[in-house]
Structure formats: C-alpha cells, structure tokens
Design a binder for this molecule. Structure first.
Ligand SMILES: C[S@@+](CC[C@H](N)C(=O)[O-])C[C@H]1O[C@@H](n2cnc3c(N)ncnc32)[C@H](O)[C@@H]1O
Length: 478
C-alpha cells in the first residue's frame, strides 16, 4: 500500500509544516528500515524524494559474469556528484545608483559549453519571442508549487542526512571516451531490414555460449529472463543486463518486432527527443518532429486503462502538443501533471528557480488510455495531480530518473511496463530506443568483490560452470 496515503488527513492543504514533516520523517525511517524501497527516501503529499542512483543499483545485487563468476555492481556514483548549482545568482552593488543587482554566474561546464551566454546583454521582456513569453507565463503558474512543495521533501532529506557535500571516491576508469555509436548502427541496420516483422521477434540471452554472433539485436526483442543480472557481450562490447529485462535496439521506423510480439503494456513511459537548442547545439542525438511521434504505436501496445507518461521539455509548445494532439490521437486522457525538481547533493536547486536561461525542473504529463476502459474494473489508485519528484540528476546529458518506484501504487502488481526512447534497461521492464543499452555498458559500472545477493541463482546456473562450482573470482572491469 502506498504509505503516503495514510497521511492524507495530515497533509491535506495544511499550513502546519511540522505535521507534514513528522510524517515525512516517519517515511524516511520506514525507508531506512527497509520497509519502503530504499530509492524512495521520502513520500508525502507534495511528492517524493528519490535516490535515482540506488534505484539503478537495485537490479545489480547479483550479476552473473561471462565466465560464470558472480559479482555485485553499482552504477558509478560520480555520475550523480552534482555538488554545486550550474548557475548561481551573484549579488553586485552599483555604487552610482546604490542598487543591488542579481547577475547569473555559471559555475560548471555550462559555461564551457556556451561561453557566449555569460556575455549576453540582459534582455528586456520586450525582446522575448512568443515561446519565451509563454514559458514565463507557465513558470509563474508552477513556481510556488516548486518552491513550497520541494521544501518539505528537502527538509526531510536534510534531516535524514541524505544531502551532504562529501565527495564520492572517483573511479580511475572514466566512462567511454569514444561512445559506441548505437544510433548509427541502428541507421545502418535500417538499410538492411524491411519494415515487416522479423520471423522470430523474441530471443533470450542465456549462458555464455549465446554471444554476439547468435543475437539479432536490431530486429528482435532480446531479453535476460533470469532472476539475476547478466554480463553479456553484444556488438563486441560488454554490457550488464538487469534481471527479467528485455529490449529492442532500433530506429522508430523499425518498431514492428515490438508490436508483433503481441505484448500489451499497463505502463508506458516515453522521453521523446524533442527539438531544442541545447540538443541541436551539442548534436548528442537527433530530434524527431511531432508528426513522427504521432506514428508511435502506443494504442497497439496499451492495455485498457494503461498509464501513459511523457517527459516534456519546458517549452509550452511541446506541452500543448502532447495535451491537445498527441494524447488525444492515442486515445489517452490527461489526468495529471508532475514536475521533476533537480537538486544538488547539498539540496539546492541546480539552477536559480527564476533563471531566464534554464529551470531546475522538467515536466511529466500523465494520462490513462481510454480505449476499452468502460468494460474493465480496475483497482489501482487514481493518479494525483501536481506532484514533485525531487532528485539529484545525473551529469549524463538528459538522463531521467526511473519512475518505477513512484508509479508502483498506480499500476497493478504484475503490470507490464515499457519505456520508449530509453537509454538504460530496468528489471522487469521492456525498453526500446536507438541507444537503448547505452547506459548498460560496463564502463558506467563498478563491479565489486563483495558477497552478492546471489541466493536468487538457480541450481541450473550453478551447474553451468565447467567445474560444477560457483566461481567466486571477480572480473574487475572498472
Ligand atoms: C531524450 S533522450 C532519452 C533519454 C533517456 N530517457 C535517459 O534517461 O537517458 C531521447 C532518445 O531518443 C533517441 N532517438 C532519437 N531519434 C530516434 C529514432 N529515430 N528512433 C529511435 N530512437 C531515437 C535518442 O538517440 C535518445 O537516446
């Protein structure tokens, strides 16, 4: 049961923050004592404080290596070492007018990426284009929610010692200098594969014999059906696949194997490559026009009453498109709007809340598929509106926190979940995208010699080793 609900009476629009806080502390205690998932540190009626890094690690308590040794691994914590806000407000006084001015100073790589922004003349509100004016209106609507809602979550996080300026030890190995060009490989595969479904749309990775040569990653759903993570070699590189995870590595025009697999999903999360200046400038990935997003086979992949969640940039134009065109086109009714609030490891917003350049939050639009719903009785809780997910973002461009823990109360226990435009896999989820295994590459992880939770290993796997024993020798990839 979702524990936050227990405290509804206390939280309901009360101005007595102490009341709300004591409930939050109780939830922190539950979390620390293992009664809640460790990744949800606080849950209250404002939203959730989430530890996105430990959420990834939950899938890697036991990993079976290519040599059948088993080990535990962790996503590199330095990816979440956001110690200072990217921009800070600096107060300067103007001696001639005795006035105090707030100017923005870049503290991190933002300044290196775009040094010009520092020199920009302060723009007058009359200089703003329509998109920027709309964004300012939207910001006025949500700023109080962000400010007040995040307060109780941040206070609870401070109280339990989650926010700290201690630096994680930096691993000697860095993330790959030359990233494997998964999207380019998908483009190449596109030339050779027809749009029709593959003959065998599903395949599993099982045992170290099933490597590279046997797997068709671009036109089949590939899965690790085991209860433990697995290290595999794919396209000549080592990857870690979480337990019971499946993926399709393909371009949007080659989604057919997913559709013909016949699977229907109760939860679909999408993070489309929206067109925006920073993506264009950095050329990190290509964006997709809205017309192409409408072609996604979301209705074919949804169960009646499926929860559909879309990440949207802070551009009101995109938000309007999802609300007024995309969701209606898919037969999805908008039911809630949440915000992801990004904070540093010391609990400050990553950008000043009122910065004209970048905001410390991003939008999530949640809907339910209406098709066939009238004939079904569903027992999941209604999705609440205006909630915040507060977390430390990763420094990897555009990397979002997993929503699996916060959405659990709103879907049935055995729900099938799909992430579209994913770059990471999740235990029990199906994921698709043209970079879908990017953050499963071994270089994003540290493997550990420590005893791992391999009670889940079946006797079948224990017999896989040539000697008939589980090996305990650990591969050290980091
Ligand atoms: C906003 S990013 C997703 C980020 C992801 N949610 C994360 O947390 O790391 C969008 C993704 O869509 C992928 N993409 C862009 N064009 C695509 C296409 N034509 N087909 C499939 N995926 C595409 C990009 O390569 C990128 O990985």
């Amino acid at each position: 049961m979702f524990l936050g609900k227990l405290f509804n009476a206390d939280f309901q629009h009360t101005t007595e923050r102490s009341c709300s806080l004591s409930a939050s502390y109780f939830i922190v205690w539950l979390s620390v004592s293992g009664l809640l998932q460790m990744s949800v540190l606080v849950a209250n009626d404002d939203g959730w404080l989430l530890d996105a890094c430990s959420l990834i690690d939950e899938g890697f308590k036991c990993c079976l290596g290519v040599n059948n040794g088993h080990f535990r691994c962790h996503f590199k914590k330095q990816n979440f070492d956001i110690l200072k806000p990217h921009i800070v407000l600096k107060c300067t006084s103007d001696a001639s007018s005795n006035a105090v001015q707030n100017t923005e100073t870049h503290t991190t790589e933002d300044a290196r990426v775009n040094p010009k922004t520092r020199k920009k003349r302060k723009r007058q509100s009359s200089d703003l284009n329509q998109g920027e004016l709309d964004a300012a209106v939207y910001h006025e609507k949500v700023r109080l929610l962000v400010l007040e809602g995040s307060q109780s979550l941040l206070e609870a996080g401070h109280h339990c010692g989650y926010f700290t300026d201690a630096i994680h030890p930096v691993s000697t190995s860095q993330t790959p200098a030359v990233e494997c060009q998964l999207a380019a490989l998908c483009d190449m595969a596109k030339q050779f594969l027809t749009e029709e479904a593959a003959d065998t749309p599903k395949q599993v990775v099982k045992g170290h014999a099933d490597l590279d040569a046997h797997l068709n990653l671009f036109s089949c759903l590939t899965g690790n059906p085991d209860a433990h993570a697995r290290e595999v070699t794919l396209i000549g590189e080592r990857y870690f696949l979480p337990p019971r995870s499946r993926f399709l590595l393909s371009d949007i025009t080659r989604l057919q194997p997913l559709v013909t697999s016949g699977d229907k999903f109760d939860l679909i999360v999408l993070d489309p490559p929206w067109e925006n200046k920073s993506v264009k400038r950095s050329r990190r990935y290509r964006f997709l026009p809205s017309s192409q997003l409408k072609q996604l086979p979301v209705p074919e992949l949804s169960t009646a009453g499926c929860v559909v969640v879309t990440w949207v940039t802070n551009r009101p134009r995109h938000l309007r498109f999802v609300k007024e065109e995309l969701f209606p086109h898919w037969g999805v009714k908008v039911v809630a709007q949440w915000l992801w609030v990004k904070v540093t490891r010391t609990g400050e917003f990553v950008f000043p809340l009122d910065s004209p350049h970048k905001k410390p939050y991003e939008v999530l639009l949640l809907g339910r598929s209406c098709a066939g719903r009238e004939n079904t009785t569903r027992c999941e809780a209604e999705l609440p509106d205006r909630r915040l997910i507060v977390s430390i973002p990763s420094s990897l461009h555009s990397h979002k926190p997993s929503l699996s823990a916060v959405l659990k109360p709103y879907i049935r226990p055995d729900a099938k979940c799909l992430e579209m435009f994913a770059r990471i896999l999740q235990p029990d989820w199906t994921s698709w995208g043209n970079e879908v295994i990017k953050f499963q590459h071994h270089s994003y992880y540290i493997s550990e010699n420590a005893e791992c939770a391999c009670d889940t290993l079946t006797s079948e796997h224990r017999h896989e080793t040539p000697s008939g024993h589980m090996t305990t020798s650990e591969p050290n990839y980091s």
